[in-house]
Design a protein around this ligand. Structure first.
Ligand SMILES: Cc1ncc(COP(=O)(O)O)c(C=O)c1O
Length: 419
């Protein structure tokens, strides 16, 4: 047990270590990062203990797409708290009905039904349950290096490193290299219930697939009787400059999963959206899936506000303009630091800074932190640092991010002695 001292910040760290996670506390100490989220507003977060300020370019993978404590989101929640609470998950609900109707109007293809959850992993689990239940098949194909969450079926689609301590994987789950049509064609067969991909795999370092990859996967799934599940937990809600990342590939999935940003950074909400045809499964089994807090009524107006903001063409145009600015700025940084920067993987503001080796991501994460930018390396490809600023930042903040990264990349190069 850590001694609880006098210094207020030390007390937080000791309490965290004693009662939440001693391993995390030890890890952050070892890398000399003692940041504890204190005041937060827009793209910024301040350390609870002092002056240090970070520009949030991690955004929890999209939770803070609209910045911290967005006033429109807060207002939506305040109004909602005036009359609602969690509601009842068995009964019919006006708020869930309205939110699902709005999603049906905005979703790609014909996804007219939605079931709500609390986390992305939960919504992925439901997508896979639905695929298995509807098709009566058991095989599920996902991408090596992909990530869909740490819950049961989501975990089963992911990398070995996250599953190894928990015994044998659930039978039927298999992985293929991402974006490889031949590997997918080879793996899929008449036992395949679903093929599941993140539109752009974030934890794998944002590789953007060929334009034809998803149309190919779509056609292949239809031909083999398998369902195509698209995970838009990170790429959805405007991140790529369109409302849904998959729209760049002119592909309509059978099931789409969203989470993170749907919360507005304020009230947890995820959704599994699916077609009329698939809802026939739930029609026969309406009580087969339950989530007490999923689609909590008080949170539905918050998610509605998120959809209203992110589907506005002017909002999406702003994302595209920022994306062009980052593209141009990174071309300049690449010319300035050719020994370290390989390129920018990018679709809108879904960005990954690709560097020369696996040491670069972790080192840049720390050095960027020291310079005031929170940007975390991709865990399944450490040569890439994820760059996910809020979507509504001013151009001046984007400029500041580039200036700070310029210095951080220079320091990373010197630290790793890359010349
Ligand atoms: C693409 C993707 N899918 C699913 C998840 C799981 O979401 P959650 O952590 O809310 O369970 C994540 C989380 O990082 C994610 O990045």
């Amino acid at each position: 047990m850590k001694h609880i001292g006098e210094d207020p910040k030390e007390r937080i760290i000791s309490r965290f270590s004693n009662h939440v996670s001693s391993g995390k506390a030890e890890f952050f100490k070892s890398v000399n990062i003692d940041f504890v989220f204190g005041r937060r507003e827009g793209p910024y977060v301040w350390d609870v203990g002092g002056e240090k300020r970070l520009i949030n370019c991690h955004c929890n993978g999209g939770v803070f797409n609209l910045g911290h404590r967005n006033p429109h989101i807060i207002q939506a929640l305040i109004e909602s708290l005036g009359e609602l609470d969690i509601g009842n998950h068995h009964f019919m609900s006006e708020q869930r009905a309205r939110l699902a109707e709005k999603l049906a109007a905005l979703a790609p293809g014909a996804l007219s039904y939605s079931v709500f959850g609390v986390s992305g992993g939960e919504a992925i689990d439901l997508a896979i349950k639905l695929a298995k239940g509807y098709t009566g098949r058991t095989k599920v194909i996902s991408a090596s290096g992909g990530y869909h969450g740490h819950t049961g079926l989501a975990l089963a689609t992911g990398d070995e490193q996250y599953r190894a301590p928990f015994g044998p994987n659930i039978p039927g789950f298999t992985q293929v290299p991402f974006g490889d049509p031949d590997a997918l064609a080879h793996a899929i067969d008449e036992t395949t219930a679903a093929v599941i991909f993140e539109t752009i795999p974030a934890t794998y370092g944002m590789p953007v697939p060929e334009k034809g990859f998803y149309p190919f996967a779509r056609e292949l799934c239809s031909r083999k009787g398998a369902l195509l599940i698209i995970d838009e937990v990170q790429t959805g809600l405007g991140r790529t400059g369109r409302l849904w990342g998959i729209q760049h590939f002119d592909t309509a999935p059978d099931i789409m999963v969203i989470g993170k940003g749907l919360s507005g950074g304020i009230y947890p909400m995820s959704a599994t959206c699916f077609t009329d045809e698939l809802q026939t499964f739930f029609h026969k089994n309406p009580f087969i899936h339950i989530s007490t807090f999923g689609g909590a009524e008080v949170g539905c107006p918050v998610a509605m506000k998120v959809l209203e903001i992110t589907s506005d063409p002017a909002f999406l145009e702003h994302v595209k303009e920022l994306a062009s600015f980052f593209k141009k700025s990174f071309e300049e940084l690449r010319s300035k630091y050719p020994e370290i920067i390989v390129g920018l993987r990018q679709l809108g503001l879904m960005m990954g800074i690709e560097m020369v080796n696996d040491l670069c991501g972790p080192v840049l994460t720390k050095v960027a932190y020291d310079h005031g930018v929170l940007s975390i390396y991709a865990n399944n490809n450490k040569a890439v640092s994820q760059l996910l600023p809020p979507l509504n930042i001013e151009r001046s903040v984007a400029q500041e991010i580039i200036e700070l990264l310029d210095r951080a990349i220079g320091d990373t190069k010197r630290f790793l002695k890359l010349c």
